[in-house]
Design a binder for this molecule. Structure first.
Ligand code: TXA
Ligand code: MG
Length: 338
């Protein structure tokens, strides 16, 4: 697609908002990752998102809104759990899945044909100003091609969707808001049933959510997929990735026996310090720094010349470490746990 960059100022936001209202695609920053947005009330606009991403039509999109009142105005049921979560965590990296009511304003294509809708209010000033200026709810998946790592910078969006990378024709407007603060996508919780169900670990930690709505359940096995997105392979680098879910010491010991010249390594700072690894991405000291560097690091190593495999060292479920673990497990061809 043709990517048209817009400045992160009032004029850029007005141009992007007009494009959304005209049914065009706008990539914009959120606190988690960049989204590829379209008017969520327009089936034609939303079809453009699926095309640009090469996304399976049964994988529904998240609808972005300015606040809880705008979520309710979509024509959804708004149970107490949704109200409590929105009150405490919006704007922020939490998506809630609620039941569509008969007055639902978003077409079935946004919902992947389901009778539920995912809604989120992002915590990013550009995203919030864009939503307010557009005056429509915005359906926005992460702005990557389907199955690839989510973009955390405007450059990564341009690379994913630009000429030659993406078969789709047309224009995508791109608001550059610098690197995304969190770096992994929102936590998705389904509150449409009798108890809250965790559909995707993400930027908001499990414990924070459970404090307000009690234990999060696993999706029921066997029934129809409640979160179609979790069925598809995600974040897959082109080279096979091995995840070493081990202690620092165990991982260092294991890696000393690896062919360093052919392996790209993604690891916490202590591991990086102890090994003199040639192709390395340092995830820093904390779950926050690891989340922020994760997707860009995966892409960087995947492009590094002369490598035939990747290794990641991660074994920390604390805070957003939970989501880092989940993304690495899903990207990995193999997980080593002992
Ligand atoms: O942080 C985020 O959530 C980012 C930014 C751009 O907001 N968006 C994002 O969207 O990650 P996407 O499309 O990459 O992931 C949406 C996830 C998918 O796993 C999808 O299947 C699930 O949410 N989802 C959407 N609507 C759903 C629904 N009605 N029921 C169950 N799962 C749903
Ligand atoms: Mg995505």
């Amino acid at each position: 697609m043709e990517v048209v960059w817009l400045p992160a100022d009032g004029a850029g936001i007005q141009r992007a908002a007009a494009a959304l209202r005209a049914g065009e695609l706008v990539a914009f920053p959120t606190e988690t990752v960049y989204g590829l947005g379209a008017d969520a009330t327009s089936a034609a606009a939303v079809a453009g998102v699926f095309r640009a991403k090469g996304r399976p039509l049964d994988n529904p999109l998240i609808v972005h809104v300015t606040d809880a009142a705008a979520a309710e105005a979509l024509g959804v049921e708004w149970p107490p759990a949704a109200a409590v979560l929105a009150e405490h965590f919006w704007p922020g990296p939490l998506t809630v899945v609620v039941r569509a009511a008969t007055a639902i304003r978003v077409p079935a294509s946004v919902r992947g044909g389901l009778d539920t809708v995912a809604v989120r209010c992002p915590d990013h000033s550009l995203a919030r100003r864009l939503l307010a200026a557009a005056g429509v709810p915005v359906a926005a998946p992460s702005a990557n091609r389907s199955g690839r790592p989510s973009p955390t910078t405007a450059d990564a969006v341009a690379e994913a969707l630009g000429e030659g990378r993406c078969g789709s024709a047309g224009v995508v407007w791109l608001l550059d808001g610098g690197p995304a603060r969190i770096g992994v996508e929102s936590t998705v919780v389904d509150v449409s049933g009798p108890h809250p169900v965790l559909l995707r670990p993400g930027g908001l930690a499990r414990g924070a959510i459970e404090r307000w709505v009690g234990p999060l359940h696993e999706p029921a096995a066997g029934g129809p997929a409640r979160s179609p997105g979790m069925r598809y392979r995600h974040y897959a680098p082109e080279r096979p990735l091995v995840l070493l879910a081990l202690s620092t010491d165990q991982a260092v010991k294991r890696l000393r026996a690896w062919p360093a010249a052919r392996t790209g390594l993604l690891a916490e700072h202590r591991v990086v310090q102890e090994l003199q690894w040639p192709a390395v991405v340092d995830l820093g000291d904390t779950p926050d720094s690891a989340a922020a560097g994760l997707f860009a690091g995966l892409v960087r190593l995947d492009r590094w010349p002369g490598l035939d495999r990747l290794a990641a060292v991660w074994n920390n479920q604390e805070g957003v470490g939970w989501a880092v673990m989940n993304r690495l497990e899903r990207a990995a061809a193999e997980v080593v746990r002992s």
